[in-house]
Structures are given as C-alpha cells and as structure tokens.
Design a protein around this ligand. Sequence first.
Ligand code: ZN
Length: 138
Amino acid sequence: MQARQNQANRITLIILAAVVLAVGAAALFLNQENAPVAASREVRVYLDGVLYATGHLGQKEDIVVHNADGEENVISFTENGVYMKSATCHNQLCVNQGLLTDENFRTRFYRNEIICLPNRVTVEMVLTDDEAADIPDV
Ligand SMILES: [Zn+2]
C-alpha cells in the first residue's frame, strides 16, 4: 500500500515537472515572438506611391531618390532611426520632420512616416501589426 502510494506520488511529480517544462518552453517561445524588431526594422521608400527602395534601421548607406523632375531626396539612417538628410524641395518640411525612430513614431504628427509632398517621396518605417493597431487615428 505504502509502495503504491509512493509510486503514485512519483508519477504526479513527473507529470508536474513535465507541465512546468512545457509552460517554460511556451513562455520562451512567446518571448521570442515579441522580441524587439528595432535593429532590423524595415524602411520602405515610395516615389509617386510606388515602392522605390527598401532599407533598414542601422544601415550605413543612404538611400537616394531621384524623381522624374530631377529632384533629389537623401534618406539616412541611425542605429534606431531614419531621417531626411537633404532634399531639393522648396519647403524642406521633410528635412524638418527630423528623426523618426522606433521610439517616437507614436507621438509624431506623421507617425511612422516622413513625407516630402513637393517631391512625392514617402519614407515609411514598417510597423508590426500590433504596433499599427496601437496607433490612435489622427
Ligand atoms: Zn521635402
């Protein structure tokens, strides 16, 4: 009787250990799913609403856009951000929009975009579905 109870206890312990391990593994997996995407976050550059080039935060090379009118926009990157380094547009609003980062996009006027209306260039920092859903409508 005593022996059988000990065995039952041992089986219960093994099942408990298995459950704890499974929960731990699941938690680890979920953690990876939610890992920050900052370093590799994708940036898309559009000209006239058409995808012109793609890049990512932290990249060393600038992206230079030439539109049909001979205008030029230079897009540059930091470790966790992207900005319009220079533009031939007359109002320089795009340059003045400053640095867009994976930290400040929720509070910027143009959210996760840098827009040059005169040259018809849009820079978009790609968000996850969760982040996009998070952003309140303007
Ligand atoms: Zn501009």
